[in-house]
Design a protein around this ligand. Sequence first.
Ligand code: MG
Ligand code: MG
Length: 264
Amino acid sequence: MHILRSQREISQMRKAGLLVWKAHQVAAELVKPGATTGEIDAAVEEFFEAHRAIPLFKGVPGKVPFPAVCCISVNDEVVHGIPGKRVLREGDVVSIDTGCKYEGWCGDSAITRPVGQIEPEVQRLLDVTDGVLQLAIDLMGKRSRWSEVASEMGTYVRDAGFSVVESFVGHGIGREMHEDPQVPNFVSAQLRRNGDFALEPGLVIAVEPMVNMGSKHVKSLPDYWTQATQDAKPSAHFEHTIAITENGPWVLTGAPREGEEIPS
Ligand code: MG
Ligand code: MG
């Protein structure tokens, strides 16, 4: 069972969310032809350190512990790419996923950005993936169960001619990055059977659609972490940490509103 958070706790989580939002702005400055994914990761790590935020991804257990503060996945890489010497080139798309813990609360967000000029069909993939996340956020304030949102997300992506990745899902988030419930971007038998949950005030989840231009199938690369499309076609990934409040959904990793400041 998942935990519902008080308005006060959600406001605390907003601080971590603002830091993650700002980290993405720092990263965006470096997304250009010639930059390496390792340089982007180093800038985000420095930002978190300067703000006394604990990076959440570094050291995540696996066959080898995850070695960086961002997952950076380029083109056909879907998620969990390891930053390093790879040089970004004009026409690439780069998914940057990062999270931090601040004063005991977590935030997690991902954005896929174009490197210079990209193909129109790849831009459409980015727009549809961002669009399906925005749809989910909107519906979180209008539907009563997650399965209703997941169903509409699946339809939205299918109607665009793309595929929702089913191997990875979003998650509850709070004191830890990965908490209950699981948050799939599609309706599965498991969701229908016993995975569904109510959209009620206090729920805080990370919603993270991954959309492939071709088939939904992914494969693991030999580095033990990177997931790539089997058909080598591009993939996109967008994620926000979202709370449901009495006033509707609050995107905790969204841009600061008037009067809000990035925690120093
Ligand atoms: Mg993430
Ligand atoms: Mg996540």
